[in-house]
Every structure is written in C-alpha cells, then in structure tokens.
Design a protein around this ligand. Structure first.
Ligand SMILES: CCCCCCCCCCCCCCCCCCCC(=O)SCCNC(=O)CCNC(=O)[C@H](O)C(C)(C)COP(=O)(O)OP(=O)(O)OC[C@H]1O[C@@H](n2cnc3c(N)ncnc32)[C@H](O)[C@@H]1OP(=O)(O)O
Ligand SMILES: Cc1cc2nc3c(=O)[nH]c(=O)nc-3n(C[C@H](O)[C@H](O)[C@H](O)COP(=O)(O)OP(=O)(O)OC[C@H]3O[C@@H](n4cnc5c(N)ncnc54)[C@H](O)[C@@H]3O)c2cc1C
Length: 677
C-alpha cells in the first residue's frame, strides 16, 4: 500500500495501481471531458455528484442483500424520497430544466450510489413524465406536468399485459367512451388482459399512463394512452374498481415493485385521454390529429434511445471494476523463479477486457449521436414533417437490441475476468448484469426489434433497386450493385466499408430468399416468416456497420483538437474495436468480401499488437470513466484497490457472523450428526 492524497483526504492505494497510474501516458482528465461531452459537462456532473453524495445519505449501513424483500423495498422508497428531494430542491434550481434535462444521464448515474437494484421511481422519471411530455395537448401538459415534476403525483407506464407485451395491437384492456357522463370506462375483460410488469405499480405510484383499446360509438380505434388515477392521493388506498399489487420476486429489479393492475369498469374523465395525437369529442366523435399513427409509441422510442446511453454507462462500470481488479490480482507462474504476474498481463485477460473499454466508448459516442438524431426528428415532427420517423424507429430499434445484448455479454465477461471474487455480490457485477440483462427484453425484445429494422431495410433495398435516393444511414446500399469485389483493405475505413458490404450482402440474400419463397407460391407474410433468421442477422449486420461508422467518425471529430497522446489512445481503442469484430466475423467477411486466409493472419497479429500497445494505459482508461466509488459500489473496483481488505470487511457484515454458533446447529445439524434425527 502507498499513502496518497486524493481530494484533500489521505488514502492508502494499492502499490500495483500506483504503478499502473504512473505508466499512463495520456491526460486522463482530457478523456473524461470527451466522454462527458465537454469540460463544462464534467464540471457540472462533478458538482451535482458532490451535492447528491457528499452528505453520505445514499449509503446503507447494512448491505441490502441481508434485508427481507419488504425491507429492501421500504429502504428503496426512503432513499428515493431523499434523492428525489435533492433533485427537486437543489439540482433543478441549480441548473435549470432546459440545460440539464429531467432525465439527464447524470441523475441516472448518481442513482446507482443510492440503489443497489433500482428505485421504485425509475418509471416515473423514465416513462411517466416523458409520456406526459410527448402525448399531451398544451392544456393537458399545463395540468399534469407540474404535478408530476413536483412529485405531487407519482406515476408509471402501464402497457404490457399477462397475455401480450410485444404485440401492442393485441392488448385487450378496453377504454369505452360514455357520452352520457363524458367518461371513459376502463375494463380488464379477461385474465390475459390483466396489466403486468409496470415498474413502481405494485405499491408506489398513485397515477399511471394506461395503454388500452379505445372504443367510441361502438367502433374500436386501436390502442391509445390515458392518465388514470389508481390510488387515493391521501390514503394511498386503491380506488374502487381497481385491483393492484406486486408481481413478486424477479431475477433483478426487486426494489422496483413491478406490479399488476386489474380494472373493473373503472371510470375516468374524458380529459384524461392523452389527446395530442387523437381526440374523442364530448359527443364521442373520434378525431385523428397526428399524421403518423405510431406517434402513440413515442415513449418507447425515447426510452430505446436512452437505453443506449444506459448501456455505455453500465459497461463502463463493469470494466472499471474488472480492470482495476486485474491490476491488483496476481496469479500463476508462467516463468519459473519469477514473481506471479498481475492477471492484467495475460494476453487472454487483455482480450477479455480491452474490447469492453472500447465498446463503452463506442456505445457512448453512438448514444450521443443517436440522441442528436432523436431530437432532430422530434423537431421535424413538431413542424409536421414525419418522413424521418421510420429511419429513427429503425435505428433506435436495432441499436437498442444490439447495445443491450452486447453490453450484457461483455459484463458477464468482466465477471469471468474477476474469477471467483467476481461472483461475490459485493463485487457488484452480478447486480449490474441482472439489471442489464433485462434491458435486452424490456422496451422491445431483441429479436422483435431487429425484425422491425429489417422491415425498413427490405423497403430501403427496394428503393435502391429502383435507383431512388435513400437516407444517410443506408446510403451504403447504393454500392451493393457494384459487381466486382474490391481488394481487401485492412485500414479502419476499409474495414468499415467491408462491413457495409456484409450488411448489404445479407439484406440482398434476404430479398432473394423472400422472392424465392414467393415464386414457389407463398404469400409475402409466409415468405417473410421463412426468412426471419436471416432478416435478424441482416439487421444485426446493418446495426454493427452503423456503430463502426459512428464510432470511427466521432472519434476523429471529438479528438480533432486533443493532445497527441489522447488522440492516439482513443484511435487505438477504435482500431482495436474494428479488428476485434473483423476477427469475430471472419465468416461474414470471407463470404462477402475478398478477405483471404493471409489477411486473417495479419488481422490477428495487428489485434494482438494493439492489446500490447493499450496495456500500459488500461488503468488510466478506466480511471477516465471517472466513476465514483459510491456509484461503483464494488469491493473489487474501488479507486484505491484495497480489494482483499474490502472483501473481508464486507464478509464480516454477514448476519451469520454475528454469533459464533448458529442455532440451527443445536436444532438440526447436531441431532442429525448424532443419529438422533
Ligand atoms: C429517484 C431518482 C432516479 C433518477 C433516475 C433517472 C431516470 C432516467 C431514465 C433513463 C432510463 C429509462 C429506463 C426506463 C425503464 C423502463 C422499463 C421498461 C418499460 C417497458 O418495457 S414499457 C413496454 C415496452 N413495450 C414494448 O416495447 C413493446 C414492443 N412492441 C412494439 O414496439 C410494437 O408493437 C411492434 C413490435 C413495433 C409492432 O407494432 P405494430 O403496431 O404491430 O406495428 P406493425 O408491426 O404492424 O408495424 C406497422 C408500421 O409501424 C412501424 N412502427 C412500429 N413501431 C413504430 C414506432 N415506435 N415508431 C415508428 N414506426 C413504428 C413499423 O415499422 C411498421 O412500418 P412499415 O412501414 O413497415 O409498415
Ligand atoms: C424488468 C422488466 C421491467 C418491465 N417494465 C415494464 C413497464 O414498466 N411497463 C410495461 O408496460 N412493461 C414492462 N415490461 C414488459 C416488457 O416490455 C415486455 O416483457 C417486453 O416488451 C417483451 O414482451 P413479452 O414479455 O410479451 O415477450 P414475448 O413477445 O412473449 O416474447 C417471447 C418470445 O417470443 C418471441 N417473439 C415474440 N413475437 C415475435 C415475433 N413477432 N417474431 C419473432 N419472435 C417473436 C420473442 O423474441 C421472445 O423470444 C417490463 C419487463 C421487464 C422484464
């Protein structure tokens, strides 16, 4: 251990980590600023972190794992109120909604210091408020938004039912308009129509956005959104006509009180239908306002966009833990009479971890770019232009699917990289994994969303065939008709072009397959179903080509005025990312490009050399994510590297260690061992 001064405090730092930090050849702060989107953002983030975390209110004395499910939930509610009060009274005033945004990733990031799993208010922040913002008329907005932002009401987003999650048009909950009383009657006609899953619904919220089939004048107009009060504002008792409760234990999100909700002819005022996109007049006349019927699905698109950022952050957390631990951990003796190396020195360990650092960068830059695309499409929609929506839907769908899936896979690799200690709850890797693995399913299942992107790609292909112009993210398709395979070019640009060729080749193969089935008598829907395995693969290839292109171009743009070493380490990571995926996808490259066996050998050599180049900067690179210990919440990943000390300290908190002999010994084990049981 070495004593060091950090932020005015004296702390002991593991000597290997001290040496690692001394080896780092770039300015860590500069990289942090790039990842935060500029120095101003870093300063603001740190200020917010200080306000939210410095009084220690986020910390639990007893680790959450030792509490009962009920106590864990109650503790999460308590901490939600502390944090929400800080956001409401100190942070909003400080920064202003317009500069920071209610759902700023900074608030989300700090939440991890408060909640090991999730806050029961996640869906209030993440879905209820955004739906109010996106689906209300100006009058409705003026009524509901201040109440929700001030936490006078807390809400969630209630869409999924026992019988249907993916197929929204198949939802069964009905909202039938009664012109006599000017009310909607909400009803759950079948068991499969019971609402299921909404976060915070079980015990926390008193309002929700409900997605239901709208009936007026005897006609069904499809799914629409309604603001529904479900609990009394004073007593919190469920209102008449409402049955509501918690759905029980899950793989994660256990402090999130996901709930069920059953309506028995529950009445709400006509004004509670969210009427920005469609209206029901007092006499029951239905009026369509929006030019695109899927604008009702806007909240889902928004959350899919936000989730890409969530993935970048979660992977940054996991790899910070795994790299710091790997620098501290020593194991085995590859050479006789030599000291045991840090496990970070093993090439295979570098192969596991450096791709995770690069992926966290790739996802961060892609997420920032996607968010900009999202806000620009939102502006188009405000100007009544809806032609950019399909591309946003296709992009957000595939990026949500691939980023959540890659992130979950890489977090699991971070756990493998930490050996046995990675399996300890106190490493926090299992909690990060269970949180992230759900994101592959919620807000649109992986396969289902990739098939949405595939629909867009198939249509785009047909446009390209007709020599019509297509949008920027699919402009590469226009080169797909070039007959000659170009010689393999292993530069970064060359690799990106090669993967665009792979995507185009896969889309073309899908088109051929669909047409083949159609020619043999199948209708389009059947031909589509028979091609779905390939369609999913084509959408994945397209998505990866978008990520490669965005990561590469954003790296160049964002480091244009950086110091030489920062520029070079960021470019090294980007090159590593492209080489890694080239080697992972040699089959595709052999099929669709002129890659040869010799080129694969060269790629492998370059990849391994790049691991060695990045090695001295590995700890510096994870330090640059600048994630506070309170947020990492990990015995293995803390800044000071006191791994074994922390593991022991945490072990001693186990209630089993409070007494030398547990009563079960005398009650069960001893009589059994003595043959008396
Ligand atoms: C205390 C302080 C704490 C501080 C915390 C701070 C908070 C920060 C928050 C940030 C993180 C947020 C985390 C939130 C947690 C969320 C938890 C999870 C919530 C949920 O899961 S909600 C439920 C989500 N459900 C889904 O996603 C269902 C998926 N299904 C669908 O999206 C659709 O049904 C599907 C599959 C797209 C099909 O729809 P369908 O109606 O059948 O449409 P068609 O297939 O017929 O397609 C017709 C046509 O429309 C196009 N389309 C479809 N969807 C869209 C869309 N959204 N936008 C635009 N266009 C769309 C489709 O492509 C077709 O087009 P064609 O041209 O091909 O005809
Ligand atoms: C932790 C968590 C939190 C959640 N929070 C909320 C919430 O706050 N509010 C809310 O409304 N919902 C919420 N959900 C529900 C979530 O949105 C759905 O579970 C999700 O959209 C998947 O739908 P499903 O469960 O119906 O899966 P299904 O659609 O039944 O999927 C089952 C399988 O069928 C496949 N499949 C389905 N349709 C097709 C198809 N057309 N083609 C090919 N394969 C297909 C899928 O790929 C999957 O493999 C939450 C879920 C979880 C896990």
């Amino acid at each position: 251990m070495k004593i060091k001064m950090l932020a005015g405090k004296t702390i002991e730092i593991n000597v290997d980590l001290v040496k690692e930090r001394a080896k780092c050849n770039f300015n860590i702060r500069e990289v942090t600023h790039i990842l935060d989107g500029g120095e101003k953002n870093t300063i603001q983030r740190k200020k917010i972190e200080d306000i939210s975390l410095n009084d220690g209110q986020s910390r639990d004395v007893i680790p959450e794992e030792y509490l009962s499910p009920k106590e864990r939930y109650e503790n999460a509610v308590k901490k939600s109120c502390i944090y929400a009060r800080i956001i409401k009274t100190e942070l909003m005033n400080m920064t202003g909604l317009e500069t920071l945004g209610f759902n700023s990733p900074v608030f989300r990031r700090i939440a991890d210091a408060y909640f090991k799993e999730v806050t029961p208010l996640l869906a209030h922040f993440g879905m209820f408020v955004p739906t109010i913002m996106g689906q209300c008329t100006p009058e409705q907005l003026a009524h509901w938004l201040p109440r929700a932002l001030n936490f006078e009401i807390v809400g969630t987003y209630v869409q999924t039912e026992l019988g249907h999650g993916t197929f929204i048009r198949g939802l069964e909950t009905t909202a039938t308009y009664d012109p006599q009383t000017e009310e909607f009657v909400l009803h759950s006609p079948t068991l499969s129509s019971y609402k299921w899953w909404a976060g915070g619904l079980g015990k926390t919220v008193n309002y929700c956005v409900v997605v239901a089939q709208l009936y007026t004048k005897g006609v069904c107009h499809g799914v629409h959104t309604f603001i529904v009060q479900i609990r009394d504002e004073e007593t919190h008792m469920p209102l008449p006509g409402i049955r509501v409760g918690d759905i029980g234990p899950k793989m994660g999100y256990n402090t999130g009180d996901n709930g069920f909700l059953v309506f028995n002819h529950h009445r709400i005022p006509r004004e509670n239908m969210m009427m920005k996109n469609a209206q029901v007049l007092k006499d029951g006349t239905y009026v369509k306002v929006a030019r695109h019927e899927k604008l009702t699905y806007g909240t889902m698109v928004y959350v899919r966009v936000m989730l890409v950022n969530e993935m970048a952050f979660n992977l940054a957390k996991a790899v910070t833990i795994a790299v710091r631990y790997s620098a501290v951990r020593r194991q085995s003796q590859p050479k006789p009479n030599q000291p045991e190396p840090q496990v970070l020195d093993y090439l295979t360990q570098q192969h596991k971890l450096f791709i995770c650092i690069a992926t966290a960068h790739a996802l961060q830059f892609t997420s920032d770019w996607l968010y900009k695309t999202f806000t620009s499409v939102l502006a188009d929609i405000r100007d009544d232009k809806i032609d950019t929506l399909p591309e946003l839907h296709a992009l957000s769908s595939c990026l949500k699917a691939i980023c959540t899936s890659d992130c979950a896979a890489f977090i699991e690799i971070c756990r493998f990289a930490c050996g046995g200690h990675g399996y300890m709850a106190s490493s926090n890797l299992s909690m990060i994994y269970s949180y992230v693995s759900a994101t592959r399913t919620y807000e649109g299942d992986y396969t289902v969303l990739l098939l949405q992107t595939a629909r867009f790609l198939v249509k785009a292909w047909e446009q390209v065939e007709k020599r019509r112009p297509v949008t920027s993210t699919i402009s590469y398709l226009s080169h797909a008709f070039d007959k000659l395979k170009k010689p393999w070019d292993g530069s970064n640009e060359g690799i990106i072009r090669a993967f665009q060729r792979v995507a185009a080749g896969k889309i073309s193969a899908c088109i051929n397959c669909i047409r083949y089935h159609q020619k043999s008598g199948k209708d389009f829907e059947d031909a589509w179903q028979l091609t779905t395995i390939q369609l999913v693969a084509a959408a994945e290839a397209h998505c990866r080509a978008v990520i490669y292109d965005t990561y590469y171009n954003e790296t160049i743009r964002l480091t244009a005025s950086s110091s030489p070493n920062v520029k070079s380490v960021m470019e090294q990571l980007c090159t590593l990312y492209l080489l890694y995926w080239s080697l992972e996808r040699t089959g595709d490259l052999l099929r669709f490009t002129s890659l040869s066996e010799k080129d694969i050998f060269d790629l492998q050599q370059r990849y391994e050399k790049m691991l060695a180049v990045i090695r001295p900067n590995a700890v510096g690179l994870v330090d640059a994510f600048d994630i506070r210990d309170e947020i990492l919440n990990s015995t293995l990943g803390a800044y000071d590297g006191r791994v074994y000390e922390r593991l022991m300290e945490e072990a001693l908190k186990s209630p089993l260690n409070a007494e030398p002999v547990n009563s079960s010994f005398h009650k069960h084990l001893k009589p059994f061992m003595q043959g008396k049981l």
